[in-house]
Design a protein around this ligand. Structure first.
Ligand SMILES: Nc1nc2c(ncn2[C@@H]2O[C@H](COP(=O)(O)OP(=O)(O)OP(=O)(O)O)[C@@H](O)[C@H]2O)c(=O)[nH]1
Ligand SMILES: [Mg+2]
Length: 299
């Protein structure tokens, strides 16, 4: 994810590394600076735990290692962000269900996933299991036209789970490599909406025993900290296998990704750093931390 990630995260790195630069200058870190450092770290949404780790360890690390404060900070952030591992499943079609609150970036993420799969010469079927809004199907159709993929939609008011079922069946019978199912945006505290997601999940398994192979929860990176509660709520309806954090180009709160990655048992798989079809990147902790601090890629 090297390609201009640093540029894409400019707002966050200005707010984090830029401010720290002004605070420390070229000088060594003084204990007197720590309170201000703490404020800057919290302001970039790194979260309390990670911020405290940095405050505890940074001065000592700089003294002991002889690294610059920035290199030392990068190391501390990387060391203290535990990443859950995950297996990659092989299946054909590979079925992905995408969920999240309204406007988080689900449909955009699906289009960009489709574009990625296509670049690997895969045949992609997108399906719109958002039957609340007529515009939802249109939005996916516009992307499908642009990308040259197929999209399955139904009239508003029809059953969302039925569309998911049809999509997986069609994926099997027509030899698709990948089926991606869009769902309606919802607040995770509405029981009937969560029940519908559970049903979508169940019927995928009826259409193809191993499906879905991936359930992505899309989180708006500009909202930051309530990601944990949101994820736990969605988890009650269906097993989330990966997180996508979007809109990281438009926010100074890019630290939230690290907070999420360290607080949640679900891996962050992708990040969204723009509105274009290329702007969905694999999440790589080290590259992300360096870009967040306005640094170039290591080595
Ligand atoms: N800058 C930026 N904008 C993004 C990104 N991802 C999504 N957006 C924008 O966010 C807005 C909402 O995105 P959608 O993909 O429609 O969100 P959704 O979750 O499908 O929304 P609903 O279907 O209404 O729940 C759109 O204007 C997108 O262009 C991103 O990574 N960066
Ligand atoms: Mg949508």
């Amino acid at each position: 994810m090297a390609f201009n990630l640093k540029k894409k995260l400019r707002k966050s790195s200005d707010a984090l590394a830029g401010k720290l630069d002004r605070l420390f200058g070229g000088a060594a870190i003084e204990d007197a600076d720590l309170e201000e450092t703490e404020e800057i770290l919290l302001g970039s949404d790194l979260g309390w735990e990670l911020t405290e780790k940095v405050i505890d360890e940074l001065p000592r690390k700089v003294r002991k290692s002889g690294l610059s404060w920035k290199e030392a900070l990068a190391l501390i952030l990387i060391e203290n962000t535990p990443l859950p591992g995950f297996e990659t499943i092989e299946a054909r079609p590979f079925v992905t269900v995408v969920v999240g609150v309204n406007g988080a970036g689900k449909t955009t993420t699906i289009a960009r996933l489709a574009a990625r799969f296509q670049r690997k010469n895969e045949k992609v079927l997108m399906a719109c299991a958002d039957t609340f809004r007529a515009a939802a199907a249109e939005q996916l159709e516009v992307w499908a036209d642009r990308l040259g993929t197929t999209v399955l939609t139904q009239l508003p008011g029809s059953d969302a789970a039925a569309i998911a079922f049809d999509a997986v069946k069609r994926g099997l019978s027509r030899d698709y490599d990948s089926v991606i199912i869009d769902t309606a945006g919802r607040l995770p505290n509405k029981k009937e909406l969560l029940d519908e997601l559970a049903k979508i999940h169940r019927v995928c398994g009826k259409a193809m025993e191993s499906a879905p192979h991936e359930v992505l929860l899309v989180l708006d990176g500009t909202v930051g900290q309530n990601a944990k509660a949101q994820t736990e709520q969605f988890m009650k309806a269906l097993p989330i296998t990966g997180l996508v954090v979007t809109k990281l180009d438009g926010t100074a709160r890019g630290g939230s990704v690290l907070a999420m990655a360290s607080q949640l048992s679900v891996p962050v798989k992708y990040i969204g750093v723009g509105e274009g079809s290329e702007d969905l990147l694999d999440f790589n902790l080290e590259s992300y931390v360096r870009a967040l601090l306005g640094m170039d890629e290591a080595g």
